[in-house]
Design a protein around this ligand. Structure first.
Ligand code: B12
Ligand code: SF4
Length: 491
């Protein structure tokens, strides 16, 4: 839903996996089903007949689509090898194999750049050897643990393989490319799986490599995909310096935390000067209790101070608040009033326990549904205090504030000149997005989604009560991860 309205971005992870396969000497094509159809996919594999098909499963809600695509691929090309990888696939590998009923040959867990070359080689030379590939989960069971890439400086995404680059946008950054400055997160919020995927490691790309990569990007807008941007002041200032020296002029979007913003004020002032346009802050809650429960390791007063500072910079700020299924009508009304008062774009997501998060361990027993498609932080999968239909009506009413303040005609008045310029360039992603809100954010539609027949179910949480945090990790806590493991400590 989110990506229907506000943004659509290039699949950077898949481009990196594709680059590793190219480097290993293979012929590679890429299709992005955010912008192309299943018919396009069928046409591509029918005409090209690949030996190996790699599907990217970053989002839990897409797992059923992936399983169906795998089955469809095997019907058309019974001799091809079908592999699924990506963030979410890494946490539910066994379930994907079981639901694939023989159509999925393996799930490759963890960072795909490291594993794809050895896997392709095994498939080509000796299929029996696939179970030795790090990260592999096949019908024979799990192989060695996934390994991290040697250095994220060595990576260069195969952006050129995408056929429709003009389709990627983020608000008025239209068109917009994506880039990685760092990988991983040293915090450990209870609702998040970013840290469990990377074994709580954190690695940085060098400033010079980043400037080189930026020079190859033709789009004027750039989305920085880091989980928490600019954790370390020196790194951020070095990148800014390289950008200035290279004479690059781009418009940037990033996501970060309030405490990082306050600690590194100089960084954000500097970045405003070199093109930082949009910033997304994970505020998550408007009360201390919830911040504690989420283990955000941030204070409410600090978050508000960060908002003030961000406003003073003149950057477009969007913030996220997590709606708890336990909210009653009064709570929604209070949040809605607050959303009206602040100038920022407020995004409301719903607290959702994902496999790979700590809340998955504590909350999964209470799940009201096991339908993957509802695990998109817009639907409610836990029991609600209000009747579900009322919860959704209140949720959409609160989300509507965003529509009133920032989309439709009011927004167009504010961005009239820009919209005209984009139209002249025939870039219409942003302008079309302004009117999509009501058709997408709709309580009836949310409820209807719960009535769809269940086809593939998220596995139950492990019953063993002694599960430890480390058991959630995809990559084991890495000695070579670099950076500080202690949140809040700069370099
Ligand atoms: C950038 C980002 C986005 C971008 C997506 C851009 C895009 N088109 O991919 C935007 C802003 C659109 C987005 C949207 C959403 N996101 Co998001 N997003 C991220 C973020 C911060 C970074 C992802 C990224 O680009 N990383 C860098 C690249 C290099 O890594 P990567 O994509 O993971 O790829 C690597 C591996 O996964 C693997 N891999 C990937 N594909 C494949 C394929 C094969 C075959 C193999 C072998 C390996 C492999 O190898 C790659 C290279 O190492 C992650 C957090 C995270 N750290 O993963 C959250 C995250 C993935 N998002 C999340 C969520 C919840 C969402 C939304 C549902 C939010 C919403 N409000 O609606 C939407 C859903 C979008 C959708 N399409 O359905 C959750 C996922 C939860 C889940 N389990 O499903 C995450 C983990 C954040 C979190 N804090 O929990 N997101
Ligand atoms: S700081 Fe952000 S990315 Fe890191 S664990 Fe918390 S929510 Fe996830």
């Amino acid at each position: 839903m989110y990506s229907t309205v506000f943004l659509r971005l290039e699949p950077l992870g898949l481009e990196l996996v594709a680059a590793a396969a190219l480097q290993a000497g293979h012929d590679v094509r890429l299709i992005d089903l955010q912008v192309e159809t299943h018919d396009d996919y069928r046409r591509l594999i029918e005409s090209w007949q690949p030996d190996f098909v790699a599907l990217s499963g970053n989002y839990l809600a897409n797992v059923p689509e992936l399983i169906d695509l795998a089955k469809f691929t095997k019907q058309l090309l019974p001799r091809s090898f079908v592999c699924i990888g990506g963030h979410s696939a890494s946490f539910v590998a066994d379930a994907i194999l079981a639901d694939g009923e023989g159509a999925v040959d393996c799930v490759l867990r963890g960072e795909g750049e490291a594993g794809i070359g050895p896997l392709l080689e095994a498939v080509e030379q000796d299929r029996g050897a696939i179970d030795e590939v790090p990260g592999i989960v096949s019908p024979n069971g799990s192989g060695p643990k996934p390994v991290l890439v040697r250095s994220i400086d060595d990576l260069q995404p195969a952006r050129h393989l995408l056929r429709h680059r003009r389709k990627y946008f983020l608000g008025h950054l239209d068109p917009c490319a994506s880039i990685e400055f760092s990988r991983g997160c040293p915090w450990d919020c209870a609702f998040c799986s970013a840290w469990t995927f990377y074994g709580r490691g954190y690695r940085q790309r060098s400033a010079d490599r980043i400037a080189e990569d930026l020079q190859l990007i033709r789009e004027p807008g750039v989305f920085i995909v880091d989980d928490v941007a600019f954790i370390h002041e020196r790194h951020a200032l070095e990148i800014a310096d390289s950008i200035r020296r290279a004479g690059l002029r781009k418009q940037f979007y990033l996501e970060t935390r309030g405490d990082v913003l306050l600690r590194n004020r100089r960084v954000f002032e500097e970045w405003k000067e070199i093109g930082l346009e949009y910033m997304f802050l994970g505020i998550e809650a408007l009360d201390e209790d919830a911040l504690q429960r989420y283990r955000k390791r941030a204070s409410l007063s600090g978050n508000f101070e960060a908002l003030e500072f961000a406003r003073s910079l003149g950057i477009n700020v969007a913030i996220n608040i997590i709606a708890d299924p336990d909210w009653d009508a009064d709570r929604f009304d209070a949040v809605r009033r607050w959303c009206m008062e602040v100038p920022e774009v407020v995004n409301i997501s719903v607290n959702t326990p994902y496999p790979g998060t700590e809340t998955w361990l504590t909350e999964a027993r209470r799940l009201q549904t096991h339908d993957y498609r509802l695990f998109d932080i817009q639907h409610c999968v836990l029991p609600t205090r209000l009747p579900l239909d009322e919860f959704y009506r209140k949720l959409v009413e609160t989300q509507q504030v965003l529509n009133k303040k920032h989309l439709s005609w009011s927004a167009l008045r504010q961005v009239g000149f820009l919209a005209g310029k984009l139209l002249l360039q025939r870039q219409t992603n942003f302008i079309k997005s302004l009117w999509k809100f009501n058709s997408v954010y709709n309580a009836e539609r949310l409820l209807d989604d719960h009535r769809r027949p269940l086809r593939y179910a998220i596995p139950d949480r492990p019953l063993d009560a002694g599960v430890r945090r480390e058991d959630l990790y995809v990559h084991a806590a890495a000695a070579n991860a670099g950076g500080s493991k202690r949140p809040g400590i700069g370099r």
